[in-house]
Design a protein around this ligand. Sequence first.
Ligand code: SF4
Length: 326
Amino acid sequence: MSITNKENRIFPWGNDRRFNAYSNYFRSIYGARVQKVSIDAGFSCPNRDGSKGTGGCTYCNNDAFNPSYCLPEKSVSRQIEEGVDFHKWRYSEAVSYLAYFQAFSNTYAPVATLRKLYEEALAYPGVIGLIIGTRPDCIDEEKLALIKEISEKYYVAVEYGIESCYNKTLARINRGHSFEDAVSAVEQTALLGINTGAHFIFGLPGERREEMLDQAEIISGLPLKTVKFHQLQIIKGTAMEKEFIDNPSDFELFGWEEYLEFFIKFLERLNPAIVVERFTGEAPPRFLTGEGWGKKRTDQIVNLIEKRLEVLDTWQGRLYEDNRQH
Ligand code: SF4
């Protein structure tokens, strides 16, 4: 570790930011900004279509996180074209793109269908790789072999929705898989040398703050390259909204200031080798039940967390080694 010089500190991930940031990770590989372009390729989800369950996860409403250009009626190339135009308008510096198969479970189809859709995305000019979001129980050897084959020529990451390390929580939110399923999928994927990511939600009902924090050690032990964290938001029209209205005392939603303090404690315990892509989620206000965090935007929270890390003179993984020795 090179954390020795307070004035000009370079952290283990090779720069002076106090967490292992996704944007810097991509700059270190490609030397420039790489923009994700979301795709809804028309996949379903086994937790909705009856093969695992019918109601879906209790918090799920994919529309709340899908950009407006993502419509499954449009071809993959058309969605990429519109996504590239959208991002060019917002961030002119990006010249390379990652096709992000985001909506529902993007490995939930026969291998031939997956190949066709992934190859269509990769054929689009400027697309240098794929991000494939899926469930831990939607992967098998054949699908992983396809992804491995693609990863030999392009950047590829598989992102698993894990959400919680506790089976009691996974049952409560009707995920339809266990934490052991998630560990198995992550291990199989990483073993093949494929970049493996995971999503987690903080604030799920039935979990105490201390339990949420304790997940830092569990997550740190998984062979993950990247992680995304979200605070729980109650989305309109979901089963969770009904639960929330019926029993609000069952929920302890994070206010943004509390989340900031919580997240710093979490980050201090997290393996510094894991790249952090997101600290928070941000569903459009029209989808939210309640006020959410008002006008506080994701980038403001990231800035506030980075400033607070500076003030406290702390960083991702500061307590990681300590905890490992216990
Ligand atoms: S696995 Fe994903 S798409 Fe399926 S119900 Fe859960 S959150 Fe929704």
